[in-house]
Structures are given as structure tokens and as C-alpha cells.
Design a protein around this ligand. Sequence first.
Ligand SMILES: Nc1nc2c(ncn2[C@@H]2O[C@H](COP(=O)(O)OP(=O)(O)OP(=O)(O)O)[C@@H](O)[C@H]2O)c(=O)[nH]1
Ligand SMILES: [Mg+2]
Length: 423
Amino acid sequence: MPETDQEKAIIAGLTAESGEAALDFAERSLDELAELAEAAGAMVAGRALQHRQAPDPATFLGKGKLEEITRSAEALGATTLICDDELSGSQIRNIENLTGLKVIDRTFLILDIFAQRAKSREGQLQVELAQQQYRLSRLIGLGQALSRLGGGIGTRGPGESQLESDRRHINRRISTLKRALAEVATRRDQTRKQRQSQDILTLAVVGYTNAGKSTLINALCQSDLLTLDQVFATLDPAARRLVLPDQQPVILIDTVGFIRKLPHQLVDAFRSTLEEVTQADAIVHVLDASDPQAEIQRDVVDQLLNELGAGGKPRLTVLNKIDLLGPFERSGLHGLTGKEETQMVSARTGEGLPDLITAIARLAAEQFIPVDLVLPYDKAGWISRIEQQGKIESIEYTEAGIQIKARVRPALFHPLQREINKR
Ligand SMILES: Nc1nc2c(ncn2[C@@H]2O[C@H](COP(=O)(O)OP(=O)(O)OP(=O)(O)O)[C@@H](O)[C@H]2O)c(=O)[nH]1
Ligand SMILES: [Mg+2]
């Protein structure tokens, strides 16, 4: 994009604590905000970090800081101010009045990037739902301010009735979007049920945005999912098949990346997409081990997984991008290894992938139930199902019937058990 077309922005954040670690944390959050602003198509002309016990309820940043920002925006030719936290509707209006700048917050920015990236119909519907919910909550902020101004009976001004009609309009749109999404979700459900009925083990590949999830799936499955050095390249889940060394297939599901302060509107709106994570048999958590913020990113992902109710699933941790690390830095990765099994890999060079595949195979094997049974000859049809959905370890044709030792998926185990008990 030529520079002249780009919106010039100043980014600003708050930190409640002043210690070195807290300052560093806030600066890194601003770095990420700058990345988000650029991903949305803006040019970051300046940044400001204010140390303050608590945000100013009316203007988020202090008045003095806002005056400073106004002056530097004039000097730099910036027209937009982007704040690193969610602002209320009245805060946005107050800051706009004080600075003359267009004001947006981190949530708006993330929603905007999602809107630019969404390709599938489901993705577009989900993003618009989140955006409308964001707008609605900002209207309410404005509404409270106005109704306080209005005061007594009969003082309802034109502003307020406009507001009510806006609110009605948004609510109608939200209902339409929810209905459309419910339809798409039903279809997604069917696809998933079909997959589950084939009973192939499903692993959700999750992680912070840009950690290399799609690249890793491509390297493992020889697929060609979109990978880019930018945030939120992937919005729609995609399933790819990986055939393990014992010929057992598993499905890897690529998912949307997580980020700190992920807008709750997005989490709500993306619920059906995120169900791919909650419905998976196990989780592969991909971390960018070369990122100085890897530890924080891991915690953000852990917390979101817990919120989604997927915190207790069997899990593998993958420390990716180790090609960017020297031997000394690699040996310092202990801090990132939790209680789950951890593999160091480079999805780019292929280093560590054979060990990762072994670990996935081990995880897959743990999801199978061992059986030792005698199948009557008239039930021999079950053998092909066991072959498809499990692994036969030994088979012997005896007088009593067909003696089978095998490992099967839970979904086959129960019907099989019922069948045997019928006799
Ligand atoms: N050096 C190096 N770069 C990698 C590696 N794996 C991925 N990358 C790069 O990291 C960037 C992000 O990769 P993606 O696979 O798109 O990351 P993602 O986690 O799917 O990201 P989102 O879908 O945006 O959340 C791309 O530029 C990749 O080429 C790796 O092992 N080493
Ligand atoms: Mg991706």
C-alpha cells in the first residue's frame, strides 16, 4: 500500500505497575498492538505508554497525556489514536472530543483484521456478529450518558430516539446473523459427526497466532494450507489427514490463532469454530520457541483452552521454530516445558518432525482400548470394522470362534462389547 493512502496512527497503553518487568510487559503488548495496527493497514507513527494506577473512567489515559498525544499527532500528521485496551463508548467519544483524533481500541482493531481476512461464509458471519455486538455495547455506553443528560419526563431528544432506532437495527441484524450461523453450524456438525463415525482420531492444533500451526500441519501432512508471516492468517478450521508409521490415520485440525486480550465478542461468535477444539480427542499446542514472549503466549493459550473447557484433554506441546535458536538458547527452553510431553521441532527445516510423529503415534495409541475376545463365526463381519477403526494384534481361528486381540477406539469398543454379550 503506498504510504500516502495509509492512515497514520499513534498507539497508546497504560501500565498500573512501574517495575521493570511490568514496563517490559506493557511495551511488548504495545509492540503487538503496533503489529496489529499494521496488519489492519495503518502506519504506526508514534507510541505512548502511561503509568497510572487505574484508567481514567472518562478518558482512559490522563488529560495531560492526551494533550501530549494531540500535539505529537499534529507534528507527525497522525489522524488516529489506537488504545491497547477496550474502551467504553463514552470513553471513545470523550477522547475524540479532546484530541480531534479518530479513536479505536484493541478490540476494534482485531475485529477489523478478522473482517479483512474472513473468506468463508461462516467466518464472515461470525466476524460480523462480533462486530455488531461490539457496536451494540458501545451504543449502550453512549445511551447511558445521554439518558442521564435527558433527565426529566418529556425531555427525550432526537439524539436518543436515533440511538434507539440504531439499537433496534443492530439487534435485528444480530438475530439474522445468529440464525444464518445456526444453519452453517448444523452443517459443520454433520461433517464432524461423519468424521467421528469413521472414528478417526482427531487432534486440534492450537496456539498463539503466527506460532507456525499451519506450517507444521503442511510439513506433517504434505498439505498446502495458507501460511503467512502475519497475525491471523488462518480463520477457518481445516482438517488434514496424517498417516502414522503403523498406517493408522489421524486428523489434524488447523485452528484460528489466539492472542492476548482476545475480544470476548470474537470468542462468543467463533464458538462453533472453536468447537473443533473442544470436540477433538487431543490437543497439539504449538509455541514459537524463538519468540521472547513465548512464555506469556503459552499462558494465554492455556487460559483460553481452560475457558473453552478443553484444558483437561490429552496434550502434546510443540516448541516450533528451533531453527532460529542456537544450542545455548535451545538448552534454555526448559522454562517452556510443562508437565505434558514436549517436542522441539522446526516446521520449516523438518528437524524434530520424526520424533513428533512418534509422539503423536504414542498419544494416538493411548486413545485406544485393548480388547481380547472370541467372535462367533457368524459375526466375522466385525473383523473388517476392527481393521478399519482399530488395530488387530493377533487373530486365530479356533473351534470356539475367532480369537482376536486388538486395540480399538472407544466408539467401536462399546458396540463390539454389546455384540459379544448378546450371545
Ligand atoms: N524460521 C521458522 N519459521 C517458521 C517455522 N514455522 C513457521 N514459520 C513461519 O512463521 C510464520 C507463521 O506461520 P503460520 O504457519 O502461518 O503460523 P500460524 O500459527 O498458522 O498463524 P495464524 O494462522 O496466523 O495464527 C510464517 O512466516 C512461517 O513461514 C519454523 O519452524 N521456523
Ligand atoms: Mg495458520
